[in-house]
Design a protein around this ligand. Sequence first.
Ligand code: G
Ligand code: G
Ligand code: MN
Ligand code: NA
Length: 254
Amino acid sequence: ALLVRDLRQAVDNDEFKLFYQPIVDTHREVKGVEALLRWFHPKHGMVPPDRFIPLAEQTGLILPIGQWVLETACAQLAAWQQDMQRKEWTIAVNVSGRQLNQTSFVGLLRRVLQKTGAPANRLRLELTESVLQDNVESTIAKMNELCELGVRFSLDDFGTGYSSLSYLKRLPLEQLKVDKSFIDDIFEDSCDAAIARTIVALAQSLEIGVVAEGVETPEQMKWLVENGCQLFQGFLFSRPVAPEELAASPIKLS
Ligand code: G
Ligand code: G
Ligand code: MN
Ligand code: NA
């Protein structure tokens, strides 16, 4: 069993690593990455986030862990400023409600940006719709404060939560991410196809971007392109990989 004690020590023991999954355009050129946390437990080996993020949320350990994630992603962004091929890449970081709602979050992010020298306009914060369930007004105010630092927002797993469409126009969002569950069955389930198409059209009418997640086949990509989607993430292009394994361009399939 994974013990809270192990998780509590994991930051200090340097057991976390950020993996990065490319987000590509219609030419399969990498435009940015999503940072995905990995825990290398000394006894259990690699522990995937769905096995420890819920525990981290319950115990509040998500706060120091989340701070480590932001510091590491921002240090990576700063390092890429010296790298011609990666200078313009964005890094999207998943931020949970508990993190966003901590009173000091804006100050924390300001300090991390200053300390690392990361370009704020390359940092994306991924929020899920659940973050918007309560205290919508204060969440919007906080998002606006963060935008003033230069960071931008993506709404993750879009369509699976409870967000009211009326909030969408009030949130300072740069993009929506179409949840993988809709992409999986676009050819088998006409409902999922209709939902995926509608989310892309919704983003277009709101004049914000849209990323399709969980793209696994060339046929899915083709369908998405035909339906107006311009950014893609999924195993078709790359799994989440360690930063040293990130290729500037994923291998092209014919
Ligand atoms: O590859 P994948 O198993 O990496 O990630 C599973 C889920 O874990 C993702 O959907 C994401 O929401 C969550 N997750 C991954 N990394 C982080 C992180 O750094 N912070 C938070 N809060 N959640 C993360
Ligand atoms: O934060 P979010 O829930 O969006 O995290 C993305 C999750 O989806 C991660 O767990 C990542 O490993 C996973 N993922 C990304 N692309 C694919 C894909 O093409 N297929 C599958 N099965 N999972 C994917
Ligand atoms: Mn995400
Ligand atoms: Na998602």
